[in-house]
Ligand binder design. Structure first.
Ligand code: SAM
Length: 269
């Protein structure tokens, strides 16, 4: 298990890495997203997320999104009728982008810059639903501590909706459509994955990037962390949906690996 001092060293390194890439992502996306959110019908959520959130009766619920990045998913959840919406992210650059998009959307969603392991106590017990989507769990050095942090945000009976990359993808070398399909890493890898190639997964821009550190958590570790954190498993589905910007080689192969999953967890009422 990762020690608290190691966890904060990793999250601090990654915060630097995310702050560095925030203006680069903004350069690629922000103007287009501002225009998109001016249209009240615009949603960034795909059919899977929309269906799952509808079945969780999101309308009227107070919703937190942890590691919300620029808030495009949170703003879309709010458009499904959610009540108070608060996005938490460790990078000030992305929190600022979220505030700018909220303004364009005419939304009162709030954005808070803080670490996922250290969400201010004033938010504890304040939400009916916590949303975690697309590229979050792999940044967590301590998966047990992460779910403990999420559980604290919920009211009794509150739910967690997770829509994430399937961890089996970490075994496969990422690639473009025509790239070969190569097994790269063990599913049981426990040491951190250090990558110095930067985080511009939109434009592929090379820049002087602080190496980021990510972690591979098996599905069983994710389930057990949730259960140890006081969250019961209510629904789980493995899906063929490609929700990353990375594994086009897997999407276009006919090998049939699961590429994502949805997981709903529930705090006791
Ligand atoms: C790939 S994004 C995922 C969010 C969103 N689904 C998206 O696609 O943009 C990962 C986000 O997690 C944030 N993050 C990573 N580690 C964090 C931590 N320990 N505490 C808070 N935010 C963190 C990063 O700043 C980044 O905005």
């Amino acid at each position: 298990m990762t020690k608290p001092s190691e966890t904060s060293a990793y999250t601090s390194t990654n915060r630097t890495a995310w702050e560095e890439v925030a203006p680069i992502h903004a350069k690629h996306n922000q103007a287009r997203l501002i225009e998109a959110f001016k249209d009240p019908e615009f949603s960034f959520l795909d059919a899977t997320a929309t269906k799952a959130l509808t079945s969780l009766d999101v309308a009227g619920k107070d919703v937190a999104q942890v590691c919300c990045n620029n808030g495009i998913e949170l703003l879309s959840v709010q458009r499904m009728g959610a009540a108070r919406c608060v996005g938490f992210d460790g990078a000030e650059g992305f929190v600022e982008q979220g505030r700018e998009l909220a303004e364009a959307a005419g939304s009162d969603a709030e954005f808070v810059c803080c670490d996922a392991y250290d969400i201010p106590a004033e938010f504890h017990g304040g939400f009916d639903l916590a949303v975690i989507t697309i590229g979050v769990l792999g940044w967590m050095p301590d998966i047990d501590g992460f779910f403990a942090s999420i559980e604290k945000l919920l009211r009794p009976g509150g739910a967690v909706f997770i829509y994430e990359h399937h961890p089996i993808l970490v075994m496969v070398k990422p690639g473009q459509v025509g790239d070969p399909f190569e097994w790269e890493l063990s599913y049981f890898k426990t040491d951190p994955y250090v990558d110095a190639s930067g985080l511009d997964y939109y434009g592929g821009e090379a820049y002087d990037a602080t190496p980021n550190v990510s972690f591979s958590h098996k599905l069983s570790d994710i389930f057990m962390a949730a259960i140890k954190g006081g969250l019961a498993v209510e629904h789980f589905e493995e899906l063929p949906n490609h929700i990353s910007n990375t594994w086009w080689n897997v999407e276009h192969s006919d090998i049939g690996l699961p590429m994502s999953y949805t997981l709903v967890l529930r705090k006791a009422g």
